[in-house]
Design a protein around this ligand. Structure first.
Ligand code: FEO
Length: 570
C-alpha cells in the first residue's frame, strides 16, 4: 500500500478593492493549528496591497511558501523597478517573508515602518536598504489624492505594529489587527455568521492579551475620517460590517481590562517560541477574568518594566537569551522589582541559549514570590500539547490571583435572589473532548436539551475551564450521563485539581466513540455532539451543540441529579 501525499493547496487572488488599490491575497487553504491562534482549522490568507498614486506603494508581502507565485503575480501588477514604497505593518514572517525578495527586485524602494519594525527588519535582511521611519500621524503623499497616514499600534500583537490610512479611499490597512484565520474565496465579510467564530477566536488568542494597547490604538483610530474598508492581513477584508467588527474589539477589550488584578508577561519576540508560548499562557490567564499586559523585552525600557512589575499582581517572564543583553538586563530589572507574595511564572523559549530557568526560579522564591505554575521547560519544538499545558499553567496562575477576590464576592452575595437561583436543579454529566492529540474532561451540571430537530443541547462552560479550548464551533465532544447512586467516585476524580497538561483519564475506564473521544464506561448513556455555536454569558460560554450519535447502556437506571443551596457558585 502506498501513502498518497497531497500537496498543500496554495492559491492567489487578485482584485481591485478601491480606486487605484488592489489586493493580492495568498490563500493557504490547509494551514492548521501550528500556532496558537490557528485553533479553528479553516486555513488562512496573507493579504498584501498595492496603491497606485503618482507614486506607488506595496503594503506588506506574503509568506515565504508563496514565493514563486506571489512574486510572479506582483510583477504582473507592477514593474517593480518603479515601486516607490514598501510599507511594513509588522515584521512577522507571514507578512514580511518576501521582503528580501522584493528588495532584490526593487533595490530603489524606500521601506517605510516604525522605528522598531525597521530595526527588526535589519536583522532579517542583513544588508542596507533605503528606509523611512514614520511616527503616529506622519503622512506620505503618493499623489492622485492618496495621502497615507500612519497610526501606531504597538503590541497588537508585536511591538512594531502600525496601521496605514488612505485619505482618498478610506481604506485602513491593518495587517494582523481585525484579521482572522479563515480561508474562503469570498474577498469580503459578506457572512457575519460564517466568520464570527474565527474572528472572535483570533481576537482572544492574539489581541486579548494586549487589550489595553487595543484600546489605545482604537482611540487613535477614532481621530481618522470614516473607514470604508478594513484591509487586514488575514482572512476576508471587512467592508459590510466595518463598524460592528471594529467596535467588537473595543467592547471585548473594555471587558478584559475592567478587573483590578493583572498579570504582565514579558517575552522576547522572534526568539525561539517565546511569543507563541507567552500568548498561550496569556490566553489561559485571561480565561480567569484576570487582565494581561504583554511586553517585548527587546523594546520595553527599564523604567516601564519597573512600573509594570510594581503594579502587577502577577509577573510571567521568559528565560532570556544569553547573547541578548537588552533582554538580560530586562529580566534583571524584573527580578529587582518583584515584591513578596506576587504570583510569578517562568518559561523557557527554546532558543538554545536560554539562561538557566532554575536559577531564575530560585531568585524569585528567595524574594518571597509565589510560583503560580510549575516551571515551563521547553526541550523540543512546542506541540499542541505544549500549548495546552501553557494555557492551563496560565489559568492556574490566574485562579491563584483571583481566588481571594472571588471568595470575598461569594461571601458578600448571599441574598434571596441567590438562594432562589440555587433551587434550580440539574443533572450530573461528564463532558469529554478530544481534538488532535489533546484530550480533556469536566464535570457539568448546567446542561439542558435545547432543540428537537436536530436534537440539540446547551451546556454552560465556565470560561476558565481547560476543556473550553476543545469546544469551539465545529469541534466534537461526548456528553456522558452519570447514574444515580453510582457517580461519586467519578465526580471526585473529575473535580480534583489536575496539574497543567495532566492526563484527566488516568485510572478511569473509557472506550473510544466513533470519533475517538473517550466515553466513560460507567456512564448510563452518552451523546456524541458537534458544537454549532457559542454565546458569551460573562463568566461562562453557552455552548449549543447538536447530537450526532447516542446510546443508553443502562436502560433502567436514573440520571444523577444535582441540588444546590445558592446560585452564586457551583
Ligand atoms: Fe500575521 Fe503577526 O503575523
Amino acid at each position: 500500500m502506498t501513502a498518497t501525499l497531497t500537496a498543500p493547496r496554495l492559491s492567489l487572488q487578485t482584485l481591485a478593492i478601491a480606486d487605484e488599490t488592489t489586493t493580492i491575497r495568498s490563500l493557504d487553504w490547509d494551514r492548521d493549528r501550528f500556532d496558537i491562534e490557528f485553533g479553528l482549522q479553516n486555513g488562512t490568507t496573507y493579504n498584501s496591497y498595492l496603491i497606485f498614486g503618482d507614486k506607488t506603494a506595496l503594503v506588506d508581502t506574503s509568506h515565504g511558501k508563496f514565493r514563486e507565485i506571489y512574486l510572479a503575480e506582483l510583477q504582473k501588477q507592477i514593474d517593480l523597478s518603479c515601486l516607490d514604497y514598501l510599507i511594513i505593518s509588522h515584521t512577522e514572517p507571514d507578512h514580511s517573508g518576501l521582503v528580501k525578495d522584493v528588495l532584490r527586485l526593487a533595490p530603489q524602494v524606500t521601506v517605510v515602518g516604525t522605528k522598531v519594525a525597521l530595526q527588526f527588519l535589519q536583522d532579517l535582511v542583513h544588508h542596507e536598504f533605503k528606509q523611512q521611519i514614520v511616527k503616529n500621524g506622519d503622512q506620505i503623499d503618493l499623489g492622485k489624492g492618496h495621502v497615507l497616514q500612519f497610526v501606531n499600534a504597538p503590541n497588537l500583537h508585536w511591538p512594531d505594529t502600525m496601521m496605514t490610512y488612505d485619505h482618498k479611499t478610506g481604506v485602513l490597512f491593518t495587517c494582523d489587527i481585525f484579521g482572522m484565520h479563515y480561508c474562503r474565496s469570498e474577498v469580503f465579510d459578506q457572512s457575519l455568521t460564517a466568520i464570527m467564530p474565527d474572528y472572535r477566536f483570533y481576537y482572544e488568542c492574539l489581541m486579548a492579551p494586549n487589550a489595553r494597547s487595543v484600546l489605545a490604538a482604537m482611540k487613535r483610530m477614532d481621530e481618522l475620517p470614516p473607514v470604508t474598508i478594513v484591509a487586514n492581513g488575514h482572512g476576508p477584508l471587512l467592508r459590510y460590517n466595518v463598524k460592528e467588527l471594529t467596535e467588537n474589539y473595543r467592547t471585548w477589550s473594555q471587558s478584559q481590562t475592567k478587573g483590578e488584578t493583572n498579570v504582565v508577561i514579558f517575552y522576547v519576540s522572534d526568539y525561539g517560541y517565546s511569543d507563541r508560548v507567552s500568548q498561550a499562557i496569556g490566553r489561559g490567564i485571561i480565561k480567569t477574568g484576570v487582565a494581561v499586559e504583554m511586553r517585548d523585552l527587546r523594546t520595553t525600557d527599564l523604567q516601564e518594566i519597573r512600573e509594570l512589575v510594581e503594579h502587577a499582581s502577577g509577573v510571567v517572564f521568559t528565560t532570556p537569551p544569553q547573547s541578548l543583553e537588552v533582554a538580560q538586563t530586562g529580566v534583571a530589572t524584573i527580578i529587582a522589582s518583584l515584591k513578596a507574595k506576587q504570583g510569578v511564572g517562568i518559561f523557557e523559549s527554546f532558543g538554545g541559549e536560554d539562561e538557566a530557568i532554575d536559577l531564575l526560579a530560585n531568585r524569585c522564591q528567595d524574594l518571597g514570590t509565589v510560583l503560580g505554575f510549575p516551571l515551563i521547560r521547553l526541550k523540543a519544538a512546542p506541540t499542541e500539547a505544549t500549548y495546552q499545558l501553557c494555557e492551563e499553567a496560565g489559568t492556574d496562575l490566574g485562579q491563584l490571583l483571583s481566588r481571594k477576590q472571588q471568595i470575598q464576592q461569594m461571601k458578600a452575595i448571599d441574598n434571596d435572589l441567590d438562594k432562589a437561583m440555587g433551587r434550580l436543579a440539574g443533572g450530573l454529566y461528564i463532558i469529554t473532548a478530544k481534538k488532535g492529540e489533546l484530550t480533556s474532561a469536566m464535570l457539568a451540571s448546567w446542561v439542558s436539551q435545547a432543540s428537537f430537530k436536530p436534537i440539540g443541547v446547551t451546556i454552560a462552560v465556565a470560561k476558565d475551564r481547560a476543556i473550553e479550548a476543545l469546544m469551539q464551533v465545529g469541534d466534537h465532544f461526548v456528553l456522558n450521563v452519570l447514574e444515580e447512586n453510582n457517580y461519586s467516585h467519578l465526580m471526585r476524580h473529575f473535580l480534583k485539581r489536575f496539574a497543567p497538561g495532566a492526563d484527566r483519564f488516568a485510572g478511569v475506564k473509557t472506550q473510544p466513540s466513533r470519533l475517538g473521544i473517550p466515553i466513560l464506561t460507567e456512564a448510563l448513556a452518552y451523546l456524541e455532539c458537534r458544537v454549532e455555536s457559542r454565546m458569551d454569558a460573562n463568566d461562562h460560554w453557552i455552548v449549543y451543540a447538536t447530537g450526532e450519535e447516542g446510546k443508553v447502556s443502562k436502560p433502567d437506571a436514573l440520571t444523577a441529579a444535582h441540588y444546590r443551596k445558592v446560585g452564586n457558585h457551583y
